[in-house]
Design a protein around this ligand. Structure first.
Ligand code: DGJ
Length: 741
């Protein structure tokens, strides 16, 4: 049983492959954290608690036996009774001004499987795949309860946590902070590192790791989207960013809006880690009888570095988060017109682009921004989702039919959440955007954000999109979002509820996306926000792949994709080959290198194939063939990072099939080195006793242990940006070979 409750010492043990998590109800009802780490048999861990007096740490009646909430490892700490560290929850009782909560255990329930989270994206599991424990904590005055939910997955070292706050009293309460999880680690983790993925537009998700220091280290978004700046993920790691060594504890929020993640090292060397909706500019009025559900946080453990943490996250998200018929099927090879044409296209130009792609194995043509309204630049027409017949006579259906004739499906770009002031929609409904009456509406990319918390706004956009998706054979939608939120006010909400607007926007957006994917299950949705500005598990619940970055330069992508892979499965990382000199950085790389870097993601092209040289065209055929032959493995296999572009002059990664019979390896040498030494690339994840033939090679098979310990010989570093690719095919194992060499 993954969830074990021992009534004698009132301890909960949640155990799965390689991981345990334990909590205890103290005699006075406080719920304390006992343990999170490598698998432990259920047992008495009371000795691990420090229950003595400490100066300046208040305890009820000054009685050490009651102990201070300031020094207890609390599972869901509240503000007001002596815990001076960062709280998980803060409320205001407007009727009497109280901000105090004193939560005590009032019951629990264990059920098989995992119930849905009302209105929010979340991981899912069948009854035999997980068990869920709900612990109810109630304030000593009885009018506020918190249900802490823990789902433990039976085959992955992962836990999903969330909290539901209930108003059981007779007055409205205002929630000012409601995080999804809080974990108090014992002092043995005080020397750990805080690792996170941060960056900016066009350079998303660099890996940063710094030693914990006294005080708070945090990452957050105040932008109304999870953001390019900080991903809603952090890990506490024993050995900084080591792939293979040390414990690592991952925290990731299944949410796409404002978030806060922090680690607080206190003066007694315990570490509090928390993640949830950002309390900044947030409050929620909860009426009597109502409940507030926090988003879910996924907590993943590894005893062997970041590599195994990532593989657990990948499995969790592939098997228990991404949904829909298209998430499991092979991803189509696509060509997108954006970098080839921008807004400057018509049917003839698009068809010429498509013709040059036909016959190469490209399966999908994606028409990006610029096909609707008067959209010839980014200044106009968002919100008017009607095809521009001047550019596309005969409309989208005619284009889709022509593409079909060339053997390609049709994909289409939308930016549903936005409106241009220069649009019919805005002229008719100027109050439909987020705004604060009497204040200027700040533009970004010449556009405003529609107030998706309002049902009538969602309905109007849905109707427009539905009209197209029901009449045009669209098999893929790229869902873009090109600005962050300002003047976050909703015309629908009373003044005291305006701080609910950002979260209500997210709830409305999730409702809208759910409706879309239910209505159009055959469509593959790809998320995008100026590249990777909303690359988070909240989005992956609706859209199994995301445009990783607007930066398509192969060398920049080494870092971007490597960093993204710390949490997100390779199948979700959209990666395209684009033209050189690269649009964003001006770099020139070979077609082979661009192909090798892109082909281990959700592969596509973003260029005019007609303009390619014969050599590049031949290379394109090769890359497409590799992708077509191996995309099942790319989607399902286990991912290993081999060389970090953050620390070395190269990057390498590999994907190994679950049965260890096949593997793909990519290596990129960044800058040339004269007279370079013979270098080897040590592989990972192979069967040590297996024999692997390098598919292109004619001769010998190499043993897995040699490939992992000695490594693959690398070509000399001649020239900048040189890539290599290997396909390893299991030839046999020791058992079916004669002894000897
Ligand atoms: C930003 C996206 O990331 C690009 O790929 C492209 O779709 C543009 N928006 C179009 O406006």
């Amino acid at each position: 049983m993954p969830v074990h409750f021992c009534p004698d010492n009132r301890t909960f043990f949640l155990t799965t492959e390689g991981m345990s998590y334990a909590m205890k109800i103290l005699p006075h009802g406080r719920l304390v954290h006992l343990y999170w780490g490598a698998e432990l048999m259920p047992q008495d861990l009371d000795f691990s608690l420090y229950l003595n007096y400490r100066a300046f740490s208040p305890a009820p009646d000054d009685d050490p036996a009651q102990c201070s909430s300031d020094t207890l490892p609390l599972e869901y700490p509240a503000y007001g009774t002596g815990d001076f560290r960062s709280p998980a929850i803060e409320i205001l009782q407007p009727h009497d001004g109280s901000r105090i909560l004193d939560l005590r255990y009032s019951g629990h329930q264990i059920i098989p499987g995992k119930p849905k989270l009302q209105g929010l994206p979340a991981t899912f599991a069948a009854e035999e795949e997980a068990e869920t424990l709900t612990i109810t904590m109630t304030d000593v005055l009885g009018d506020v309860s918190v249900e802490l939910r823990y789902t433990i997955f039976s085959k992955i070292a992962a836990l999903a946590r969330s909290a539901r706050i209930l108003n059981r009293g007779e007055n409205i309460i205002q929630i000012r902070r409601a995080l999804s999880c809080s974990v108090d680690f014992a002092h043995s983790r005080s020397r750990f590192h805080f690792l996170h993925l941060s960056g900016a537009w066009a350079r998303e998700r660099d890996i940063f790791a710094s030693a914990l220091r006294p005080g708070v280290q945090s990452i957050e978004s105040r932008r109304g989207a999870s953001s390019h700046q900080h991903n809603p993920f952090f890990a506490l790691t024993e050995c900084a960013d080591s792939e293979d060594f040390g414990e690592a504890f991952g925290f990731n929020l299944v949410y796409s809006g404002n978030f806060l993640g922090l680690a607080e090292l206190d003066s007694h060397e315990s570490v509090r880690a928390q993640l949830g909706v950002n309390p900044f500019d947030f409050s929620w009025n909860l009426s009597p009888g109502d409940a507030f559900q926090t988003p879910e946080a996924t907590l993943v453990y590894s005893s062997a570095g970041l590599g195994s943490l990532s593989r657990s996250y990948h499995r969790l998200y592939r098997d228990h988060l991404c949904r829909g018929e298209r998430s499991k099927s092979p991803r189509p090879i696509l060509v997108n017109n954006w970098e080839a044409t921008g807004y400057d296209f018509d049917a003839e130009k698009l068809e010429a682009l498509a013709r040059s792609a036909a016959g190469l194995g490209i399966e999908l043509f994606v028409l990006d921004d610029g096909w609707f309204g008067q959209r010839n630049s980014d200044r106009t027409s968002l919100g008017d989702w009607v095809v521009n017949e001047r550019k596309l006579p005969g409309g989208l259906s005619r284009l889709a039919t022509r593409l079909k004739g060339m053997g390609m499906d049709f994909g289409l770009w939308f930016e549903p959440e936005m409106v241009s002031p220069e649009s019919e929609l805005y002229q008719k409904h100027p109050d439909w955007c987020l705004h604060v009456p009497g204040r200027e509406r700040t533009l970004s990319r010449f556009q405003l954000v529609l107030d998706f918390s309002r049902p009538e706004v969602r309905e109007a956009v849905y109707r427009q999109m539905e009209r197209i998706l029901r009449t045009v054979p669209v098999s893929y939608v790229k869902w873009d979002m090109n600005r962050n939120l300002t003047e976050i006010g909703s015309a629908d909400l009373p003044p005291q509820a305006q701080q609910e607007a950002a979260h209500r926007y997210m709830l409305g957006l999730y409702q809208f996306m759910e409706r879309m994917i239910q209505a159009f299950p055959h469509i593959l949705f790809e998320g995008c926000s100026g590249g990777g500005g909303r690359f988070d598990p909240g989005m992956l619940y609706y859209m199994p792949q995301i445009w990783t970055s607007d930066n398509s330069d192969a060398i920049s992508r080494l870092r971007i994709q490597y960093g993204t892979s710390v949490v997100y499965p390779w199948s979700s990382i959209a990666a395209h080959v684009s033209a050189v000199p690269n649009h964003q950085v001006g770099r020139v790389t070979s077609f082979q290198t661009r192909g090798h870097v892109a082909l281990t993601g959700a592969f596509g092209l973003e260029l005019d194939i007609g303009a390619l040289s014969d050599g590049d065209r031949a290379e394109l055929r090769r890359v497409i063939e590799i992708y077509r032959d191996h995309r099942g493995l790319l989607c399902e296999g286990d991912f290993y990072r081999l060389r970090s572009p953050f620390r070395t002059n190269e990057a390498a990664w590999m994907i190994v099939s679950r049965d260890q019979l096949e593997a793909l390896v990519v290596h990129v040498s960044i800058l040339a080195q004269p007279n370079s030494p013979q270098r080897f690339l040590s592989l990972k994840g192979l069967n040590p006793a297996g024999h692997y033939r390098i598919a292109e090679g004619k001769g010998a098979a190499f043993r897995g242990d040699a490939l992992m310990r000695v490594g693959l010989p690398l070509p000399p570093r001649e020239g900048d940006f040189v890539s290599s690719f290997w396909h390893l095919q299991g030839a046999s194992t020791d058992k079916d070979r004669k002894s000897g060499f």
